[in-house]
Design a protein around this ligand. Sequence first.
Ligand SMILES: *[C@@H]1O[C@H](CO)[C@@H](O)[C@H](O)[C@H]1NC(C)=O
Ligand SMILES: *[C@@H]1O[C@H](CO)[C@@H](O)[C@H](O)[C@H]1NC(C)=O
Ligand SMILES: *[C@@H]1O[C@H](CO)[C@@H](O)[C@H](O)[C@H]1NC(C)=O
Length: 470
Amino acid sequence: MPMEEQPHFRVPLSLLLIFSLFLLPTSFSSTHDLQILNAERRIDLTSHIIKVYLTLKVENLETSPASEVHLAFSPAEAEHLAIVKAAATSGKRKKKTYIPLDVKSAELPDGPNGTKFFTVTLLTPLNKGETATLEVLYILTHSLEPFPVEITQSESQLVYFRDSAILLSPYHVKEQTTFIKTPSTRVESFTVVDPAKRAGTELKYGPYEDQPPYSYSPVLVHFENNNPFAVVEELEREIEISHWGNVQVTERYRLVHAGARHKGAFSRVEYQTRPDATGVSSFKHLLAKLPPKVHSVYYRDEIGNVSTSNLRTDYRKSELEFQPRYPLFGGWKSTFVIGYGLPLQDFLFESPDGRRYLNFTFGCPLTQTVVDKLILKVVLPEGSKDPTAVIPFQVDQHLEIKYSYLDVIGRTVVVLEKSNVVPEHNVPFQVYYTFNPIFMLAEPLMLSIAIFLFFVASVSYLHADLSIRK
Ligand SMILES: *[C@@H]1O[C@H](CO)[C@@H](O)[C@H](O)[C@H]1NC(C)=O
Ligand SMILES: *[C@@H]1O[C@H](CO)[C@@H](O)[C@H](O)[C@H]1NC(C)=O
Ligand SMILES: *[C@@H]1O[C@H](CO)[C@@H](O)[C@H](O)[C@H]1NC(C)=O
């Protein structure tokens, strides 16, 4: 193509870029010329919820100030990503301070093979030659693949973890190291990308120097992990507000052991007599962290109330420890309901504009669990209007109407839905609504009418009865 034709192409292309800025829902940014002076990644594989701590020291190479840093994730990681958080740090060791930074998903034009991006916005833009240190935490679920896929009661659970020895990044990385922590010293194998070494429960990849943007070097680690792979396939939490002083919570769980499938027979005798040597990857105790001052706690499965539960409470929290009827092995499921009451004054408040609001904790009270699908329903008192939910991350929202006895017009239900929920999602959220106190009279009024009708019925019955005797 002749050189002089090029300028003709440039104009429409840049116009297109301007238009796409308005059309795309997520931010469409370009990579600023930054470089990563040092990257340190610590991958914690001790549970089935994988935590990755990434420390990045970035430098601006361009003359214009840079206010954004992009993080890149491979398609496999993006699919299992539950949360990405970032903070700016300053100071050293004990005097270190963390300031949370805004993170949002982004589109970048030059990423290979369906790479997914997130953009971290810096507190103050970096001038040329300036550096900043970022701490990033991201969490992956369903990323440990059991191999062998089926084990017997006497076998230990082995899993595969796949990643890259080199950090996937849109920037040039001058120096980097990755540390992988395994739950035990039993590591069957790992891909060697020199320099790589293992000591005890730690695998070290690197240091690697001068890696160009989007460098990638797949590694496979095969290791033992007998931690409970507790996954709630679906959790429905119903939080019902009664202005008469109570918040009633009902939680319906469908729990599964998502580790290597159990094969062969299950021997309860062996399970009970040799607890350290059999069923090491199974679990039988569950722990729910509930708010303090909880009352009327129950735990019920398909058969009925289960009495093997234990509640400990203090002024900060309550802990409910309970056991399903049988231990859970890989692939086994348990369906149960937990219910409890809470004092209204701990959760319902009035905002300065006169509206009322519920302040409650999102997520799942069971410790160390992943929730594939969480449905959280806040049932407002009858007569509540204009509900709005305030929550620090993206959830699907809609409204429903629920009728119960003594209701005249039904109750508004705010429904919040989120998939791939991890314990880091257990943060406060609020539901604001307006309420006309005249509706406080609706329930007693319905009750009085019912009593009056009953009275009328009784009198007429007695009357009829008497007239027969005459
Ligand atoms: C992208 O695909 C190429 C070839 O298919 C492969 O070599 C490379 O490792 C892939 N990169 C990532 C980040 O998956
Ligand atoms: C189960 O326990 C709850 C709360 O203690 C109680 O209200 C309910 O009647 C019990 N159900 C059965 C079937 O025992
Ligand atoms: C909600 O409760 C948490 C503590 O449980 C508190 O830190 C937070 O400030 C409350 N939020 C509002 C808006 O009241």
